[in-house]
Design a protein. Structure first.
Lengths: 359, 250
């Protein structure tokens, strides 16, 4: 005997078919997507899987994420106050907020300290924060400084607090979650934003959450922010995880040093021989893939590597043939880098003719 | 006594409950069968999502009954002391040259110098290793507080595999006895999963055309979870099975 069930349709077809409507929707804004799919912010995300969601440009008032898995969630220009009761907010932009709420619920006196210092003249506020952080060995000074950062509108005070906090944070996680919150909430203040991105670049570019934040800022409208973020991304150990995003950036950047840095980094990922192929020994820097590679560039190479290559060839070969074989090999390595990472090197006419003769 | 078993998606998870008399006087056994696998949700013709559970929860609601102590299935009891095995290995070996017909046997002495026709040197090698072994049983069904049992399928590396087996095969979930003064006894067993414990795997068309960003992916999961709920939203908790038994006095 079968167990009782609700009939042939165990899932509402009307709701399921809303999924298909997303085929034509490129919008990624979380709130707009929820509205599009007629999901109820007050109920439909409770206990949900919201890992790695991007909440950028979202007002989350009215959203209830109770019990949800919000690990890795990020976002800039995030406003509003969602319900986070029992949610897992580790490594997310909410981690800081939840931690602060818990701290000040247990230490209401410190809330008064925050209000007092935030109202002070900026120079006095900076000194007060520095004294506070130094005097509180238990790390609570950092929590109070973070709350002052949130409350004050003075960008000088904020920038200084960020620096003090790095020096005094008990754990990098505290500092990171603070930066994440700051980036989410103060994205309209470029000076604060730059301080945050530079801090991420300096300290956390190879951390999973730090790296994800930096990737987001590759698309920022301000070129200084993009540049600061790129520096972090290209030097991060996690670069291989985000090649398509970074290629998209380097293909559109107007900064040749960024393109060179990228070529250097990815060629090294493939191996020493590729890095040697991509290095311009005349200019002593990596090749910019937008600049034409000339025969002169091709000929100037690492002398030890060339010698090693030459020694491996048959002794009866003429020097000029060995040279050509070496150059052909170098071009093959450059093509391999291009294919692997989705961009193309430029060659001048002479190199193209050389390539055509080689094939 | 057989229960009234209602399973909204029996292909995904099916639970049946019956109550039997125990050998002990005045105790009854709550016997449960639980099977889990998968279902496929189709959105129009080309998009399909395979739905599985990473975790299921069984929660018991007793009326006029109490659980007999130490009778719950799958109690993850932590032992008061943990046995640790420590192994020390010592190896002695010999290397050297042998000349002529002299046989050289392994000696207990680590250093041997060979005189006369034989030459060479002997050396010994001593290695030691320590092994600490701790046996850890992987339990699929774990008793939790508040008359709840959690069902998972853990792999060797600690990650969760989707539920796809029979986890309870008429096993005794617990024993119960009548509460003093109770004038009726009933058992209700509900099986639920949280939205975040659903695993939705799209087919290739869905993955290619719909999963354009992580936000798209999570939104689709929320929508499909909502589609599986037959009752109005219950805080992201989807109840799949309800079994009820009225326990009669014999």
């Amino acid at each position: 005997m079968k167990t009782v069930d609700y009939g042939d349709e165990f899932a509402s077809p009307e709701i399921v078919n809303r999924v298909a409507s997303l085929v034509d929707v490129d919008e990624t804004n979380f709130v707009l997507l929820a509205r599009r799919l007629t999901l109820d912010p007050a109920h439909d995300f409770q206990n949900g899987d919201l890992r790695d969601v991007d909440f950028s440009d979202c007002n989350l008032d009215g959203f209830d994420f109770s019990g949800a898995d919000l690990r890795g969630a990020t976002g800039v220009n995030v406003t509003g106050k969602p319900v986070l009761e029992g949610a897992d907010v580790s490594d997310s932009l909410f981690e800081y907020q939840v931690g602060q709420e818990r701290y000040f619920a247990d230490n209401p006196d410190d809330r008064e300290t925050v209000d007092r210092i935030a109202a002070e003249y900026w120079a006095n506020a900076i000194l007060s924060v520095e004294r506070l952080i130094q005097s509180r060995a238990d790390g609570s000074g950092t929590k109070i400084a973070a709350a002052i950062f949130d409350k004050t509108k003075d960008s000088t005070v904020r920038t200084n607090i960020l620096l003090f906090m790095r020096l005094s944070s008990e754990s990098s996680q505290d500092h990171k979650s603070f930066i994440g919150n700051m980036l989410a909430k103060h994205s309209d203040d470029i000076s604060v934003l730059l301080a945050g991105v530079r801090a991420l670049t300096a300290f956390y570019a190879s951390h999973r959450d730090g790296f994800r934040w930096l990737l987001k800022f590759l698309n920022h409208k301000n070129p200084l922010v993009r540049s600061a973020a790129f520096r972090g991304v290209v030097n991060s150990k996690r670069l291989p995880e985000a090649i398509p995003d970074v290629v998209k950036y380097v293909l559109s950047t107007t900064q040749p040093e960024h393109r060179r840095a990228f070529v250097g980094r990815v060629s090294r990922l493939l191996g020493l021989k590729y890095a040697r192929a991509a290095f311009d020994y005349r200019e002593n820097r990596f090749i910019d893939f937008r600049e034409e590679i000339t025969m002169e560039t091709l000929r100037k190479c690492d002398p030890d590597d060339y010698q090693k290559f030459s020694d491996q060839q048959q002794s009866e070969l003429k020097a000029e043939i060995i040279r050509q074989l070496y150059e052909r090999r170098r071009l093959a390595h450059l093509e391999a880098i291009s294919r692997q990472y989705g961009f193309s090197f430029c060659y001048d006419k002479a190199v193209l003719q050389f390539l055509a003769r080689s094939t | 006594m057989k229960g009234l078993n209602r399973n909204s998606i029996p292909d995904l998870v099916e639970v049946t409950l019956r109550v039997t008399k125990s050998n002990e006087f005045d105790h009854s056994e709550l016997r449960v069968e639980m099977r889990a696998h998968q279902v496929v949700l189709a959105a129009q013709d080309s998009f399909e999502f395979t739905v599985q559970l990473n975790r299921a929860n069984l929660v018991l609601d007793l009326d006029g009954l109490e659980v007999v102590p130490r009778s719950r299935l799958g109690e993850p009891v932590k032992p008061l002391s943990l046995p640790v095995e420590y192994k020390l290995t010592q190896e002695k070996g010999r290397s050297g040259e042998v000349a002529g017909g002299i046989d050289i046997g392994v000696s207990a002495h680590p250093n041997i110098s060979l005189q006369g026709k034989a030459s060479g040197s002997a050396s010994s090698k001593v290695t030691s290793s320590a092994t600490i072994e701790q046996t850890h049983a992987m339990q699929s069904v774990k008793a939790r507080g508040n008359l709840t049992w959690e069902v998972t399928d853990q792999t060797i590396d600690g990650s969760l595999a989707p539920l796809s087996a029979t986890y309870l095969n008429d096993d005794v979930l617990c024993k119960v006895t009548a509460s003093p003064g109770a004038n009726m006894s009933a058992v209700k067993l509900s099986t639920f999963a949280r939205q975040r414990d659903l695993r939705m795997t799209p087919n290739s068309a869905a993955r290619k055309l719909l999963y354009k960003s992580k936000n798209h992916e999570r939104m689709i999961q929320a929508l499909l979870a909502k589609a599986l709920q037959h009752s109005p939203a219950n805080g992201g908790v989807i109840t799949f099975c309800i079994s009820e038994v009225v326990v009669e006095d014999s």
